[in-house]
Design a protein around this ligand. Structure first.
Ligand code: UD1
Ligand code: UDP
Length: 396
């Protein structure tokens, strides 16, 4: 006869599917939390929509995927990514038969994996649910990807009360939403607390040492990659950075370049001969966030950077016309400035030249999370699919 204490309920098998750098940064703490939780079994699947930039993050967390679909190709199209994701994920779902699938955010990997799971009647858990710009064409295709995923998800893990409100307005039941905070802040705190940073690039390493000794070297950090900024807007961004390099010869401009050739081909010819512009390969996450900490201000079109830099008290100028992350704009730390060359130069100059304008924006705010989002996410999925209690919502 089996002793009562030997009878365990079967594990809930949770499959996390992701494909790009920002997804990896944001699912990693959840995967780690699942691994630590009794009664849960983690299955990790990467589509490989990104390659080097994805592997960099998995390596940092010591995550070895159970399945790697390796779909990336040079200058891939949206339908090519989507069809490869749906087909490849479908095969893995058939093989593994998970109880639920986690997807994070708004990439084509997310939309494809969610559809593949939905078509097999496997519940979809959407992490970072409810972000909305309100414009289906911008960001493209992310706003559509997140709305489509929201329509078929069973559990919505909204990062903030604002994103919860967006879901409620789309008639998603409040019983299917838990506000967790954004897991990006979990990863940020983890990197800041646990990882000693030295830069591989000798100019950044010198900067780090000099800053530690009280140097007042001013630093502008730039990143750009959005599809709607490819082409003319990317050239405008490159030209604006070149103008700033000339106008402020003592300013150090650090620009880690996305791997996308459409970004590199547009900005490299405009910037590579500038002495005070440091063009870099994508930085490992701990080095990138350390650099945010060393920078005076950030010029970016990135979603994740809009969430991290405010937490580190750095003013962020966002090269977009709208945002699905209004919280830090309302807090005054983020400003939307579009991509017009002269506007970029004027807005950066204002922050460099006016102490008053600078202090008005340099406030450390944490509307996106408190570092416990992954814990809430795991509690939420145990509540929804197992036998746990509903966690308290993150209140911002
Ligand atoms: C993708 C996401 C975007 C997200 C961004 C994060 C979609 C449609 N877009 O955009 O939402 O904000 O990731 O960075 O899902 N490449 C490499 N190595 C890499 C990564 C990319 O060489 O590690 C090159 C390849 O040539 C690839 C190209 O970049 O074809 C574009 O990658 P893709 O994932 O299609 O678009 P992103 O602009 O990275
Ligand atoms: N990031 C990084 N190295 C870099 C540039 C960015 O690790 O050189 C991180 C950054 O900290 C943030 C994420 O990548 O968490 C943002 O990714 P990206 O801008 O590619 O995508 P988005 O957030 O716009 O979808």
């Amino acid at each position: 006869m089996t002793a009562v204490e030997d009878v365990h309920p079967p594990n809930l098998r949770i499959m996390t599917i992701y494909g790009t750098r920002p997804e990896a940064i944001k699912v990693a703490p959840v995967i780690k939390a699942i691994e630590r939780t009794e009664g849960l079994e983690s299955i990790v699947v990467v589509t490989g929509q990104h390659r080097e930039m994805l592997d960099q993050v998995n390596d940092m967390f010591g995550i070895v995927p159970d399945h790697d679909m390796n779909i990336m190709s040079a200058s891939q199209g949206l339908n090519q990514i989507a069809s490869r994701v749906i087909e490849g994920v479908d095969r893995i779902l058939q093989l593994e038969e998970p109880d639920a699938v986690i997807v994070q955010g708004d990439t084509t990997t997310v939309m494809g994996a969610a559809i593949a799971a939905f078509n097999r009647h496997i519940p979809v858990i959407h992490l970072e649910a409810g972000l909305r710009s309100g414009n289906i064409s911008s960001p493209f295709p992310e706003e559509a990807n997140r709305r489509l995923t929201g329509q078929i998800a069973t559990l919505h893990l909204a990062p903030t009360p604002t994103s919860r409100g967006n879901l409620l307005r789309e008639a998603i039941s409040e019983r299917d939403i838990v506000v967790t905070g954004n897991t990006v802040i979990d990863t940020l705190f983890h990197a800041a607390e646990n990882l000693e940073v030295q830069f591989d690039d000798h100019r950044l390493e010198r900067l780090r040492r000099e800053k530690e000794q009280g140097s007042e070297q001013r630093v502008l950090l730039v990143t750009a990659h959005r599809r709607e900024n490819h082409g003319e807007a990317m050239v405008s961004i490159g030209n604006a950075v070149a103008d700033l390099a000339e106008k402020y010869p003592d300013l150090l401009i650090a620009f880690p370049l996305h791997k996308n050739p459409l970004v590199r081909d547009a900005v490299m010819p405009l910037l590579e001969s500038r002495e005070n512009v440091v063009l870099l390969e994508p930085l490992p996450y701990p080095q990138f966030t350390k650099l945010v900490g060393l920078a005076d201000l950030v010029l970016t079109d990135s979603g994740g950077v809009q969430e991290e830099a405010p937490s580190l008290g750095k003013p962020v100028l966002v090269m977009r016309e709208n945002t699905e992350r209004p919280e830090a704009v309302l807090a005054g730390t983020v400003k939307l400035i579009g991509t017009h060359r002269q506007r970029l130069v004027d807005e950066v100059s204002l922050l460099l030249d006016s102490q008053e304008a600078y202090s008005g924006m340099a406030n450390a705010v944490n509307p996106y999370g408190d570092g416990h989002a992954a814990k809430r996410a795991v509690a939420a999925l145990r509540w929804k699919f197992g036998d746990g209690e509903r966690p308290q919502d993150f209140t911002g």
